[in-house]
Design a protein around this ligand. Structure first.
Ligand SMILES: *[C@@H]1O[C@H](CO)[C@@H](O)[C@H](O)[C@H]1NC(C)=O
Ligand SMILES: *[C@@H]1O[C@H](CO)[C@@H](O)[C@H](O)[C@H]1NC(C)=O
Ligand SMILES: *[C@@H]1O[C@H](CO)[C@@H](O)[C@H](O)[C@H]1NC(C)=O
Ligand SMILES: *[C@@H]1O[C@H](CO)[C@@H](O)[C@H](O)[C@H]1NC(C)=O
Ligand SMILES: *[C@@H]1O[C@H](CO)[C@@H](O)[C@H](O)[C@H]1NC(C)=O
Length: 332
């Protein structure tokens, strides 16, 4: 090859490279059709003004396409903090490669979670939060076998927690807090097939006692606070567990603390506002506590000295029956 040919072929290569990488419309036509239907179903909000049929949907607001291995299909739809009114469009179920679905901070998003969501067989991350969604936490979510993260917090969801959620093998986070859920915690939550998920159920109206089956689990984090749960919660504890975070505050739990051993990994423990009796065990000085609150219970006896227990002020201990010793008044 002479110099001119080399130069020409280089230029040709550069030209092809530039045109394919900058002007190619990566968006799959089926996805674009679906997205335009979704936009229409949300009444063509200004928030989605970049969703212009003339442009590549992979560059639209809130969207992410996968790479060439999935034909640049849409893998993520994340809409938040906009003036959007209406319901979750049924067409979200027609984005078959979707892994992430987020509708967040959209207070005028109403209606129920649509069953078409079960068509999203690749869905890993479902975050519908801070909206005005009503209706139940649907049992059909248990068909989303890839689901890793479920966050339906800060909605108006009602009814009871579907026991079928425990069928999901990859679930690592369940956050159903700040809804209007009633009924009890499902017995089935004692038998997740995979890792034990972090469980956030606070600020609902859950009642009944904690199922015995949960005692076998080694949770990482549990937050059952601000409900109407009762009975014995001691089964959640245990010296051999590796739990880091337990919040049971503002319930109606009644059990004797005296023989309860806490995990040596526990950093956060909030038990305030329950009906817990007995005394604080000496073993509790062994935990690396950073936050601790047992106020407003019916505890009695000496606060063991040592460990982290004296690093908290009296408000962590006040309003009990007869607790004494630092940081409260010394025992008589
Ligand atoms: C919600 O809807 C109301 C009534 O249509 C409207 O006034 C308000 O601006 C909307 N808010 C948002 C965040 O879209
Ligand atoms: C959405 O929820 C907020 C706060 O709960 C409420 O003030 C508002 O009226 C609700 N909006 C609609 C459209 O339901
Ligand atoms: C769920 O969403 C809420 C608000 O959108 C957030 O504060 C919370 O941390 C999330 N929960 C988890 C487990 O990520
Ligand atoms: C905790 O672990 C120790 C040592 O591994 C074992 O001997 C003991 O039986 C366990 N206790 C419980 C309550 O499982
Ligand atoms: C413990 O909880 C009570 C009741 O909610 C509260 O008044 C107090 O300030 C809390 N103390 C700490 C250290 O969190």
């Amino acid at each position: 090859m002479d110099k001119t040919t080399t130069l020409l072929s280089s230029l040709l290569f550069l030209f092809t490279f530039l045109t394919t990488s900058f002007s190619k419309n990566l968006c799959h036509k089926d996805d674009k059709n679906t997205l335009l239907k979704i936009k229409k179903s949300l009444n063509n909000p200004y928030h989605l003004s970049t969703w212009d049929p003339q442009s590549d949907c992979c560059s639209w607001y809130g969207l992410e396409c996968g790479d060439a291995t999935v034909n640049h299909r849409v893998i993520s739809l994340a809409i938040f903090s906009g003036q959007i009114s209406g319901q979750i469009p049924l067409e979200v179920g027609d984005l078959p490669y979707l892994q992430t679905l987020i509708f967040r901070k959209l207070t005028n998003l109403t209606g129920q979670i649509p069953p078409t969501i079960t068509k999203l067989k690749n869905l890993r991350f479902l975050w519908l939060s801070w909206t005005n969604l009503t209706g139940p936490v649907p049992g059909f979510l248990s068909q989303l076998m890839e689901l890793d993260y479920l966050n339906l917090s800060f909605n108006e969801l009602s009814g009871s927690i579907p026991s079928s959620l425990s069928l999901l093998p990859k679930l690592k986070y369940i956050d159903l807090s700040r809804n209007k859920l009633t009924g009890s915690i499902p017995e089935s939550f004692g038998s997740f097939p995979g890792t034990v998920p972090d469980l956030y159920l606070s600020h609902n109206q859950l009642s009944g006692s904690i199922p015995k089956s949960l005692g076998n689990l080694d949770f990482n984090r549990i937050d059952f606070s601000w409900n109407k749960l009762e009975g014995d919660a001691s089964l959640l504890f245990g010296a051999n567990k590796t739990t880091g975070y337990i919040d049971l505050s503002r319930n109606m739990f009644q059990f004797d603390l005296s023989k309860v051993k806490i995990p040596k990994t526990l950093g956060i423990l909030d038990l305030n506002h329950n009906g817990i009796t007995g005394n604080i065990p000496v073993q509790w000085t062994e935990a690396p506590l950073q936050f601790f609150n047992v106020s407003y219970n019916k505890l009695c006896g000496r606060i063991p000295s040592g460990g982290k227990l004296q690093t908290f002020d009296s408000s962590s201990y006040f309003h009990n029956k007869c607790l004494c010793g630092a940081p409260l008044k010394s025992c008589k």
